[in-house]
Design a protein around this ligand. Structure first.
Ligand code: 3Y8
Ligand code: NAP
Length: 250
């Protein structure tokens, strides 16, 4: 019985769900529940953690999931590790729908760092106007550099005090556009940008805008992920459905 689970939260996951719905394919998309209103999806959705790899393995069995597509963000490393472990434990085929990392182009002034602590260390220095576009979950790690004026971009309005003294909060979710990010960075006199190497198109606007303005970007490399089959496009996943594990039965 064809019954795939899509681990979502990215532009690519949304595109996959739209293609599946258009083809009349069944499936469920899953969110962690990180933000108040996950974008509406054309497939049934579930929200919330599974309870670790074991919880996910139980879910795969109880819901009789036939395939897993890990279409989570490249920085959602824990989810990806759990998905590989649970798929192996439950003998359910898994493929990741991922996107290549961004590569520096002519004119880019990237300062590459291995992780968030590396980005914090790269900000040790005189006060600057910093666009910190890494979301909400890791803001507290930047507290050792309170000297900067931070432009923060968050999906939801912050609840309670922020861990940084000088902030301007921009509440907006992507995908973002070059023109909007260029105007935003000019309006705030941004001097340096901090970004995860998310890949894909939804977060790239600030990288192109920084290049146009000649600004440096502290670019955070992705965490290591477990070995797994990978696809880089929706059609590749749809073809995989036809050949992996059980037949589609549709
Ligand atoms: C809850 C689900 C879609 C998916 C859209 C993509 C693009 C827009 C750009 C910037 C960078 C950041 C952040 C970002 C982008 C897409 C994609 C992407 C970056 C939503 C979404 C969920 C989340 C969770 C959220 C994190 C945060 C990260 C904001 C939906 C909108 C910074 C990553 O407040 C919080 O707790 C936010 C948490 C994880 C990283 C962090 O550490 O704060 N994403 N983002 C998912 C869930 O609950 O399972 O509502 O659509 C999805 C998208 N965010 O369908 O169009 O595909 O990458 N998301 C980063 O790249 O650095 C913003 O501001 O320039
Ligand atoms: P993470 O650190 O890798 O995962 C932590 C825990 O969150 C997981 O162990 C799991 O809980 C739960 N979880 C994560 N993704 C889930 C999903 N799609 N469905 C159900 N539970 C999920 O994950 P994260 O970095 O917080 O990312 C959370 C979500 O935001 C993901 O959907 C991801 O695609 C999306 N997102 C993240 C980023 C980013 O920068 N990290 C950017 C854009 C979108 P249990 O162990 O209880 O199962």
């Amino acid at each position: 019985m064809f019954n795939p689970l899509i681990l979502g939260g990215t532009t690519e996951a949304t595109a996959l769900c739209r293609a599946m719905a258009e083809q009349g394919l069944p499936g469920t998309i899953s969110f962690a529940g990180r933000v108040e209103r996950p974008v509406r999806q054309p497939l049934p959705q579930r929200v919330g953690g599974f309870g670790g790899a074991d919880g996910l393995a139980d879910y795969l069995r109880s819901e009789r999931i036939s395939h897993i597509v890990d279409a989570t963000h490249p920085f959602a490393a824990q989810m990806s590790r759990n998905a590989v472990a649970a798929a192996r434990a439950s003998d359910v085929p898994l493929i990741a729908l991922t996107r290549a990392p961004w590569a520096a182009q002519t004119g880019d002034r990237w300062i590459r760092v291995p992780d968030i602590p590396g980005a914090v260390a790269a900000l040790d220095g005189p006060a600057q106007r910093v666009m910190l576009a890494v979301g909400r979950m890791h803001l507290a790690e930047f507290a050792p550099n309170p000297q900067h004026a931070y432009l923060l971009r968050l999906v939801d309005p912050p609840k309670g005090a922020l861990p940084l003294p000088q902030t301007h909060v921009e509440v907006s979710r992507g995908p973002f556009t070059f023109d909007d990010d260029l105007a935003l960075m000019r309006r705030h006199g941004i001097e340096i940008v901090v970004s995860k190497n998310a890949g894909g198109t939804g977060a790239y606007a600030k990288i192109a805008a920084a290049r146009a303005l000649g600004l440096p970007v502290i670019m955070i490399d992705r965490p290591a992920l477990p070995d797994r089959a990978e696809a880089h496009g929706v059609d590749e996943v749809l073809r995989w459905f036809a050949h992996a594990g059980t037949d589609r039965g549709v």
